[in-house]
Design a protein around this ligand. Sequence first.
Ligand SMILES: NC(=O)c1ccc[n+]([C@@H]2O[C@H](COP(=O)([O-])OP(=O)(O)OC[C@H]3O[C@@H](n4cnc5c(N)ncnc54)[C@H](OP(=O)(O)O)[C@@H]3O)[C@@H](O)[C@H]2O)c1
Length: 338
Amino acid sequence: MRICLMGFGAVGQGVAKVVSQKKDYLLKNYGMDLKIVAVTDSSGAAISQEGLDPELLLKVKLESGKVSDYPEMGVKAIDGLDVLDKVEYDCLVEVTPTNIEHGEPAKSLTIKAIKNKKDVVTSNKGHLALFFSELMDLSQENGVEFKFEASVGGAMPILNFAQETLPGNEIKSILGILNGTTNFILSRMTAEGSSYEHTLQESQQLGIAETDPTQDVEGIDAACKTVILANAILGIDCTLKDVQVTGISRITSEAIDLAKKDGYLIKLMAEVSPDSLNVSPRLVREDSPYAVDGTLNMATLKTDLADDVTVVGKGAGSIETASAILSDLVNIWKSKKI
Ligand SMILES: NC(=O)c1ccc[n+]([C@@H]2O[C@H](COP(=O)([O-])OP(=O)(O)OC[C@H]3O[C@@H](n4cnc5c(N)ncnc54)[C@H](OP(=O)(O)O)[C@@H]3O)[C@@H](O)[C@H]2O)c1
C-alpha cells in the first residue's frame, strides 16, 4: 500500500516511526507492504515512487526541520495538491493542522484524493466538523474509503469499535471526556487545590497545553469531536455550529473543592444524543467510569442491546495517534487487498 503523507509534525512523524517499526510485522501478518511515496510539510515535499526511507525522513526533519531537504528526492515550495498529481499512491494520509474556520488545507486535499478514487485516512478534525456529510457523500459516490479513527480521542478506540464491534446495536447516546488537556487541568486542580490560571500555566510548561490554549479550554476541540461522533455513530447530520459549548476557563478551585466534599468531580463532558449536542463542565461521581485522570479520554456508549459500554485511552501523542491511523490503514488494506 503506497501512502502519501500530508503533514510531518507530531502525528506525521509518528506515522513514519510506526511504518518503520511495523514493516516486517505488517508484511508477515497481513501481506501488507506499507510504503511512504510522498511526504509534505510547510517547506515542500519529499517524493519517491519506490518509497522513502522513514528513518531518513525523521533524521532530515530533526536536523533541518524540512522534509524538502531529503537527499535527491526533496522538492522545495511545492503545494500538497500538486504533490498528489506527481506521484502514484493508494491512500492519502492527511495530518495537517486542524482549521475550524475553513477546514483547509485538509478539505481540498481530501476532495482531490477522493475524486481521484483514492482512499483517505485523517487525524484532522476541522474539515470533518465543518463538512462531514459533504465529504462522506463524496467518498461514497466515488467508492473509496474515508476513515478518521484518530480524529476523536487519538488512540482511544471509538469509531471503528462502535461500527465494527457493536453492529446490530443501536447506539442511543454517547457521554465522554474528549479532550486530554482540559482533563489534565481539571485533574491537577482537583489533586492540588490550585487555581485555573496557575494550572494552565503549569500545563503549558509541561507541553500539555498549547501556547494558545483557546481551542482546548473553551471546549472547541471537544465540540469538533462531538460533531464527528454525532455524524459517524448516531447518524445526526450536524456541524460545529450545532454544538452548545462551554469551556472550563471559569471553573474555580472553590467549585472543585465543594464538589469533592460531596464525592463529585468536575469534568468537561461531551454529550452526543438526538436531543443534545453539548460540551460543558459537569459534576460526575468520583466512583463512576467518568473519573479518569490526567490526559486520558473516555466515552460511554449507551446501546439498546449491550447496555453501557465504556472505552478509555490516550487522547493524544505522536505514536498513540499513529496507532489509530495504522488501524485505519490495515482495515482498508484488509477490505481491498490493494
Ligand atoms: N498531536 C496529537 O496528539 C493529535 C492527536 C489527534 C489528532 N491530531 C490532529 O492531527 C493533525 C496533526 O497534528 P500534529 O500534532 O501532528 O500537528 P503539527 O505538529 O502542528 O504538524 C502539522 C504538520 O503539518 C504541516 N503543515 C502545515 N501547513 C501545511 C500545509 N499547508 N501543507 C502541508 N503541510 C502543512 C506542518 O509543517 P511544518 O512541519 O513545516 O510546520 C507540520 O509538519 C491535526 O489536525 C491535529 O488536530 C493530533
